[in-house]
Design a protein around this ligand. Structure first.
Ligand code: PLP
Length: 364
């Protein structure tokens, strides 16, 4: 099928660009002796996780148990849930998962770790643990090397869970890679201090899991880091471009839409709104709207309602007509893909793949 025959709105993946992105990250990690454990939250598609493993990834990362279950169902065998598992229902599912895959969980809480260990003991399974330190995002994570050492020691003494090491997410680092070294080295110094102190207490830190897409290619500057978890790099998006971590030519996903109204001068409406793109704003700070139009740079996707995308074409030379098709690179591809049941893979203009987004909406 020709790509123009796809009904819109449609999320389209350029498979050539996807493969380039996968190969480049795999080569970087192999070149620096860093393990790659990509975050599957970006694509939520087991077939793409499999492509990552086939290119050398040591396993995958997910945020939610539901995503982990979908990946395990598809035969992915080594899964890090970079999210605390809290509550009896989830603990039950966690041990079910650990019966069919190697599972590791990160947490900043000794109580959460103890509950995991106790449940694992009752079920006769083994679950890995990573102690999370906040790199600066102010989400989860203990705040200091002191707290990290205390948490790690508690984890290391649990009977039925295996303490593996540390997890950090440098998600607050949103500057160009050239400007990242000082902040990455400061995080590394904190990790190193905790690692040294644990070593002196006889506790080995075997894994230090870090990384994000913007910082991925500077991960070798963090000497403690043994693996990285970039997710967005598979597709990239306008936020990655704005941070200087990828070129527009390396954005694999476009949202194909159709112009459905041109009734008002200077404006046009497309058949995708916040339920197609998600409402995530550009982090580039240029106020360029909710995506980048590949056909007409000066067409601005200025605002959205649920099903309508409002284009400002006042200063554009584009003369849009009803039925015209446009392609937009989304601001935040992870939330865009999560809006869709299916995505399409193309080679050139030919549609050659249809993938169900099996992990979409699995928030539990
Ligand atoms: C814990 C964790 N690790 C890795 C990632 C991947 O980062 P990125 O989206 O920059 O690729 C995320 C993204 O939210 C995350 O939350």
């Amino acid at each position: 099928m020709h790509v123009s025959e796809l009904d819109t709105p449609a999320v389209v993946i350029d498979l050539g660009i996807l493969e380039e992105n996968l190969a480049e990250m795999a080569a970087y990690c192999a070149g620096h002796g860093i393990a790659l454990r990509p975050h599957a939250k970006t694509h939520k598609i087991p077939a793409i996780a499999r492509m990552q493993i086939d290119r050398g990834a040591c396993g995958i990362t997910v945020a939610k148990l539901g995503e982990a279950e979908v990946m395990a169902d598809a035969g992915l065998g080594d899964i890090l849930i970079a999210y605390p598992i809290v509550g009896a229902r989830k603990l039950e599912r966690l041990v079910g998962l650990a019966r069919r895959a190697r599972v590791t969980v990160s947490t900043d809480s000794a109580d959460v770790a103890r509950a995991i260990s106790d449940t694992a003991g009752q079920a006769g399974v083994k679950i890995g643990l990573l102690a999370e330190m906040d790199a600066g995002l102010r989400r989860c994570g203990v705040q200091s090397p002191d707290e990290l050492v205390t948490l790690a020691l508690e984890m290391a003494h649990l009977a039925h869970a295996e303490f593996l090491g540390f997890l950090v997410f440098p998600g607050h680092v949103r500057v160009h890679p050239d400007l990242q070294p000082p902040v990455l080295k400061e995080i590394d110094a904190r990790l190193e201090e905790a690692q040294d102190r644990l070593f002196r207490s006889g506790v080995e830190v075997r894994v230090v899991s870090g990384g994000s897409t913007p910082t991925a290619c500077r991960s070798h500057l963090m000497k403690t880091v043994t693996e990285i978890r970039p997710g967005t790099y598979v597709f990239n998006d306008m936020n990655t471009v704005a941070m200087g971590a990828a070129d527009l030519s390396r954005c694999a996903v476009t949202v194909h839409v159709t112009v459905v109204s041109v009734a008002v001068k200077g404006r046009a409406v497309i058949d995708g709104g916040s339920k197609t793109f998600s409402s995530d704003l550009s982090r580039g700070g240029e106020g360029r709207g909710f995506g980048f139009c590949l056909e007409h740079e000066d067409v601005v996707l200025e605002s959205m309602s649920e099903e309508h995308g409002h284009l400002n074409i006042e200063s554009s030379s584009a003369s849009l007509r009803i039925g015209d098709r446009l392609r937009f690179v989304p601001n935040h591809v992870c939330t865009t893909v999560n809006m869709h049941d299916e995505v399409w893979g193309v080679r050139g203009e030919e549609v050659v793949e249809r993938w169900e987004v099996l992990g979409r909406g699995l928030v539990r």
